[in-house]
Design a protein around this ligand. Structure first.
Ligand SMILES: [Zn+2]
Length: 135
């Protein structure tokens, strides 16, 4: 066993530098983001670090009206299919949640990130969420 190819800390660091780091399964070729200990498709632990282009398309979304601290509801959570294949969950920004409609489906987005100011008592570390912006 080698060392873990991409820790969550390294994932966050990469996001902060404008990268979208992830993992690629050596067994089946599946792209994995955010990092996981095992391949989400086949369960293999033979994973190597990769970097995604950070572009994708909205496949589905939901409007959140009651959110956790650090968010200002209403806001939009979207499931985006990256051009490389993996599906990632994040916040759609720059779109008015009140007028979000089906025309958002399949819209192209670019992926960014936002650091969440979680209370130290909750986790001891800052959380991070992916953000999507319409292109
Ligand atoms: Zn796999």
């Amino acid at each position: 066993m080698g060392s873990y190819p991409l820790t969550f800390h390294e994932f966050k660091q990469g996001l902060a530098e404008g990268e979208l780091p992830g993992l690629k399964c050596e067994e089946c070729g599946e792209g994995i983001v955010p990092p996981s200990a095992v391949c989400t498709a086949c369960g293999s632990t033979r994973l190597s670090r990769t970097s995604f282009a950070g572009k994708g398309s909205i496949r589905t979304f939901t409007v959140i009206r009651v959110g956790p601290e650090g968010f200002t509801p209403p806001y939009i959570v979207a499931l985006v299919e990256l051009d490389e294949g993996p599906w990632v969950l994040g916040n759609l920004v720059g779109v008015d949640a009140a007028s979000a409609g089906m025309d958002l489906m399949n819209k192209k987005v670019i992926v960014g990130s936002k650091v969440l100011p979680l209370k130290p008592s909750e986790s001891g570390v800052e959380g991070v969420v992916l953000t999507f912006e319409l292109t």
